[in-house]
Structures are given as structure tokens and as C-alpha cells.
Design a protein around this ligand. Structure first.
Ligand code: VTB
Length: 325
């Protein structure tokens, strides 16, 4: 994919973050999500490409904007056909309560390469390039933690494992602590947790646990782009609506719903990119800030073209509110 497209999509992530950040700490997650979604859609529609939402705000009948299957972009003749996965505001509660690591997240890839993941749960494991191919979704936590320690060349006691704080993770948390590793519990936002495992100096070496399957595709795109590692396993059993969703997915997903999902199943290309922009301050990205009549955003780009992680700080002078496209 062209670098210029990635830069334009960076602008989309920034626009959504700026819109969402107006709601940082205001206690209204619905309004925050709506602001991010509207800004993101508007900005996508400004780009001269033929985008298709593969992972978005929901099915067409539930989501007016960025629904699954929605086409975005100017779509002129000969324009690039791109599949898009988005979570316009990953961690709506994090934003509403001004907690760390609310992000706007986007993955892009050539058309046909991102999995239409069912909107259910997924068990996930993610780690950086040193652990590529050396951890497994079905291995016991102790084995994965030991492998990561070995791959990073540090003692197990210095390995940091990120896990979503949920009742269903009690056993997992105990098993990880029993290895001697440290556990970083997060309230929400496991795209951050998974991505951060592959980014130096975030204080996260390994991500484990269950969260949204769509978020799994987003994280997998980033980790694949930079040669990190991600594996998932769908978990319909954690979902009150799981049986019905499983039936639907049997017809539409086109994958073995019980098999471990590798990065190649989730992201069927070597040409994906992951872009996220900070909404609230966090370990990986600073949130949107306003000073002296300018507005600053910080974003991350994981680009398969050169297997890089880039941090982009953008300062918009003379601008302190939402971007109008
Ligand atoms: C997951 C996780 C997300 O919400 O979807 C979670 O992937 C919801 O989990 O990152 P529960 O149903 O257990 O609350 C997030 O944390 C934020 O959207």
C-alpha cells in the first residue's frame, strides 16, 4: 500500500481522537464514541480510495455509521480497494472516565485480506518479534511466560503480562502470578494491551486473556505488520448470545471456528498497517492536548512495508477543536 494512503489514514485516526477527546472525563461514553465515529467516517470519506468496513461499529441495522460492509472514500475510477477494520474509540469507558490508553484504532489492508470476525469473544496471546512463533494460544500460561522471558533475555520476575481485569480471568491471573511474573491489569482496551506487548518501553511484554474478537483482528494486523506474534481462539462460550452468533458465523466467517486462529487467518496479507492515535494519556501514546492555541496528537503506525513502528506527533497550530473536513 502506498505510504501516502497510510499518512491519510493517520489523519483519520487523529480527527477521531480530537473529536473523542472533547469527552475525556465527561462520563458519557456514548457521546464520546459517537463523536469519534462521526469524525472518523467524515475523514475516511475525504480520501480518494475505495474503502470497505470489515470490522466496524456493528451490523448495518444496528449502526448508522461505519457499519460492517459500509463503503467509504471517494472511490474514483482506479482508486485503491482497501479493507478497513476500525474501533473508532477503543475503550469508551477509559475516555469517559479519563483513564489511560483510550485510543482510536484503524487497520488497513488490501481488499479481501481481513477476517470478518464475529462480534463475540476471543482468547488472545500477543507478544513482540522476539517471541514470534515461540508462544502458543493453547500452551499453559507458565510455558508462555517462560518463553517470553527467554526470548527477551530477562528473568521471569521481570516479565510484565497485561490482562483485562475480569472475573473470568481470575485463574489466569493466579497462574501468571504463580510463575513469578508481574501482572498489569487493565480495565478495558485490549488492543492497547496486545499492541503494547510488541512496543519497547511500554512496560508490557506479553498480553494474555479474552476480549472482543473484532479487536483481535485489529491487534493482529499491527503485530503481523511488524513481525510480532498474535494468536486467537474464538470463545462463543463466554458470550450470552454465543450459540446464535456461532450459527451465524458458521455460514459467514469461512474459517474453522474451533481452530487456533493464526495471524495468517486473521490477516491474509503481508501488507497490512495498523494506526492508532491516543485519546487519553497512556504508557504508549499521549492523549490529545491543547496548549497555547495549538492541538497536539500522538499516534503509532505499524507498517508492514518496512516492518517499522513509528510514533508521530502532530501539532496543529491555531486549532483547538474538532477538525472540519
Ligand atoms: C473487550 C475488549 C475491549 O471491551 O471487547 C471489552 O476487547 C469488553 O469485554 O478492548 P467485557 O464484555 O468483558 O466487558 C474493551 O475492553 C473495550 O472496548
Amino acid at each position: 500500500m502506498r505510504t501516502s494512503l497510510i499518512m491519510q489514514v493517520l489523519g483519520v485516526a487523529e480527527a477521531a481522537a480530537i473529536a473523542a477527546a472533547e469527552y475525556n472525563g465527561r462520563g458519557d461514553k456514548v457521546a464520546a464514541d459517537q463523536a469519534a465515529t462521526e469524525a472518523m467516517r467524515r475523514a475516511f470519506n475525504d480520501i480518494d480510495f475505495a474503502g470497505r468496513i470489515v470490522i466496524g461499529e456493528g451490523e448495518r441495522d444496528q449502526a448508522p455509521m461505519l457499519y460492517i460492509g459500509e463503503e467509504v472514500g471517494q472511490g474514483g475510477v482506479g482508486s485503491e480497494k482497501i479493507d478497513i477494520a476500525v474501533d473508532p474509540l477503543e475503550g469508551t469507558n477509559l475516555c469517559a472516565y479519563n483513564r489511560p490508553n483510550a485510543l482510536t484504532t484503524i487497520a488497513i489492508a488490501p481488499k479481501g485480506s481481513l477476517l470478518f470476525a464475529p462480534d463475540t469473544y476471543m482468547w488472545k496471546i500477543a507478544a513482540g518479534p522476539a517471541s514470534a512463533g515461540r508462544v502458543h494460544i493453547d500452551a499453559p500460561p507458565a510455558q508462555n511466560v517462560a518463553a517470553v522471558a527467554d526470548n527477551l533475555g530477562k528473568p521471569i520476575s521481570e516479565v510484565n503480562v497485561c490482562i483485562l481485569l475480569r472475573k473470568r480471568h481470575e485463574e489466569l491471573i493466579a497462574a501468571v502470578r504463580a510463575t513469578g511474573a508481574r501482572v498489569r491489569l487493565i480495565d478495558d482496551g485490549d488492543v492497547f494491551g496486545a499492541i503494547a506487548s510488541a512496543v519497547p518501553n511500554t512496560g508490557i511484554d506479553l498480553y494474555l486473556g479474552s476480549g472482543g474478537a473484532p479487536e483481535g483482528v485489529l491487534a493482529a494486523a499491527g503485530l503481523k505488520a511488524i513481525g510480532g506474534t498474535f494468536m486467537g481462539r474464538l470463545a462463543f462460550d463466554l458470550d450470552p448470545d454465543g450459540a446464535a452468533k456461532r450459527e451465524r458465523a458458521l455460514k459467514t466467517a469461512g474459517i474453522d471456528l474451533d481452530a487456533p486462529l493464526t495471524m495468517d487467518t486473521l490477516v491474509r496479507t503481508d501488507d497490512a498497517a495498523f494506526i492508532a492515535c491516543g485519546v487519553t494519556d497512556g504508557e504508549m501514546l499521549a492523549g490529545v492536548s491543547k496548549q497555547g492555541g495549538s492541538l497536539t496528537t500522538t499516534s503509532i503506525i505499524m507498517d508492514a512495508a518496512d516492518k517499522t513502528v513509528r510514533f508521530i506527533k502532530t501539532i496543529r497550530r491555531g486549532q483547538t477543536g474538532s477538525i472540519q473536513f
